[in-house]
Design a binder for this molecule. Structure first.
Ligand code: S3P
Length: 168
């Protein structure tokens, strides 16, 4: 049986949008882990960070993500930091097909400036901090089964490429 399809990559690369489109094409359920966490906690990720702090969020993220990964086949969008967690990453690598959606840092920074929903970005993060985070995370996202360079690609092209990889 085919495995679940898991999307990873930095905040703002389009995991949710691409994930939804993929699920539609594959006739599978789409699960956005951040949304499940928000529902479970009854508040936005932003508020969880503000009121409970990042370590608390990471604990919940680990528990909920591992639970979701046990479910039947689906398209799953991970939170941008989830792949940094050893347990989550090992489980994904063992039991799912994983895709790293890669977008260059310059475009990401542009996207971030338009949106303040992301807690890790609006706490005095400078472009230098973001670059550091990006460089560190790249070393880990690299373990995903496939990497898609999304720069200059339309969403539909990204989706087609992932479907090709997943189905072959
Ligand atoms: C995070 C990414 C967010 C969310 C949280 C932390 C991160 O998810 O899980 O704000 O550490 O990169 P998205 O990548 O869906 O924005």
């Amino acid at each position: 049986m085919k495995k679940s399809l898991v999307l990873t990559g930095m905040m703002g690369v389009g995991k949710t949008t691409i994930g939804r489109l993929l699920a539609k094409r594959l006739l599978l359920k789409f699960i956005d882990v951040d949304k499940v966490i928000e529902k479970n906690q009854g508040k936005s990720i932003k508020r969880i960070f503000e009121e409970n702090g990042e370590p608390f969020f990471r604990e919940i993220e680990e528990r909920i993500t591992l639970k979701i990964l046990k479910k039947k086949r689906a398209v799953i969008a991970l939170g941008g930091g989830a792949f940094m967690n050893n347990q989550i990453r090992l489980k994904v690598l063992k039991s799912c097909t994983s895709i790293w959606l890669k977008v260059n840092l310059k475009s990401l920074i542009k996207r971030y400036k338009k949106n303040d929903r992301r807690p890790l970005l609006n706490t005095r993060k400078t472009d230098v901090d973001l670059k550091k985070m990006y460089e560190l995370r790249k070393k880990i996202y690299r373990f995903a089964n496939f990497r898609i360079n999304c720069d200059n690609m339309r969403k539909s092209q990204v989706v087609d490429k992932i479907l090709f990889l997943y189905e072959n």
